[in-house]
Design a protein around this ligand. Sequence first.
Ligand code: PLP
Length: 462
Amino acid sequence: MQYISTRGAAPVLDFEATMLTGLARDGGLYLPDHVPPMKQSEIASLAGLSYEEQAFVIMRPFIGTAFEDDEFREIIARAYAGFGHPARAPLKQLAPNHFLLELFHGPTLAFKDFAMQLIGQLFQAALKRSGQRVTIVGATSGDTGSAAIEAFRGLDNVDVFILYPHGRVSDVQRRQMTTPSEANVHALAVDGDFDTCQALVKDMFNDFAFRDEVGLAGVNSINWARVLAQVVYYFSAAVSLGAPHRPVSFTVPTGNFGDIFAGYIARAMGLPIEKLVIATNQNDILHRALESGGYVTDGVKPSISPSMDIQVSSNFERALFDAYGRDGTAVAQLMDELKSGGGFQISQGALEFLRETFASGRASEDETMATITRTAKATAELLCPHSAVGVHVAEAHLSATPMVTLATAHPAKFPDAVEQATGTRPALPERMADLFDRPERVTRLPNDLAAVEAHIRENRTA
Ligand SMILES: *Cc1c(COP(=O)(O)O)cnc(C)c1O
């Protein structure tokens, strides 16, 4: 299996190099050169297997010769051993034809653990073999950074530096980043907002001397290995509802389009997914794009579902690549228009392609709160605000086909909104009940590239 860039002008890579590289050198995103199909009988035989065994079967064709089967099985086992639920991704029923896929039983209580825990183990195995050392640098508005730190803490050959906007993440999110005591973990509170942090990270990747000196690596949501890990739970959920003999639809609370794009890959592999419904909050660029064909950026409006507050949805580029018949030059041109003019028009043919697979909807802040209240009354399920955006949008798309809404974070990660909506303050799971007693360790830095680079250079352990 080879990986190609959505902009058609970067080197073709194998799985391991794609994972370690992250962003392609032409600015594009890597994708497999073909999606390996699964036979209906192979999908049927996933029923009854453990989550880990399903993960092995589904991901195996994508990794080529990167790992021996036994080693890959061990990597998967280690990745999911720290989850607080034996099913890993349990399915709950909300209504006769509406199900909730709980993806928040990982160590940081958000679905990003599914990908990040696996990536941590994959990096460790690959680096051990090559003797290479890397420095992972990432920007976060909260969930990505904590998931990355949790995945890489204490691993050999890796340092992880996470930049977050000082004073702008929740207490739970901050403490998940500042309380790990391992020397290879570095939480950096930057004076500025999320865009400041992201711009600093981008500048570090573009500073090629620094990039090579510290062995910079990225694990943000455009990393193909993260998308791949997320393909698995679409299969596990669909199979437990009767796939491949019965089709299923999914509604996905969406920001950077990584999670829902994993569903697109599952569908391309042959999983009978009828519709993939994009659920956005008031930052609804994707919903508007699907309705009108105009992909036009607008300022970010902070919401109660902050992990979906995005201006530009990076992984959407992967869907556009297929929608434009895998024409990298056409995609590169759209991305240039986006950069220079703040938007672009999707061609009629590409729009029709996208609408065959995707539907969309948005939830306002009031609709999100009302959904948390209503769902708690009807089912006793406490939804986090992101999951509530999903449930609200899903309810407008119910049909005879079972609908699965992805619950992307644990309610205790966003306790204020949940308490306001339901009167119940959700408690942290037992295994992290002492989070607020652990000592914090964090370095505050100005919005200054030289200062951040100097700090990283001087504090790496690898
Ligand atoms: C990251 C995140 C999302 C959005 O996921 P994308 O892959 O960026 O679309 C939704 N909900 C929560 C809780 C998240 O952390």
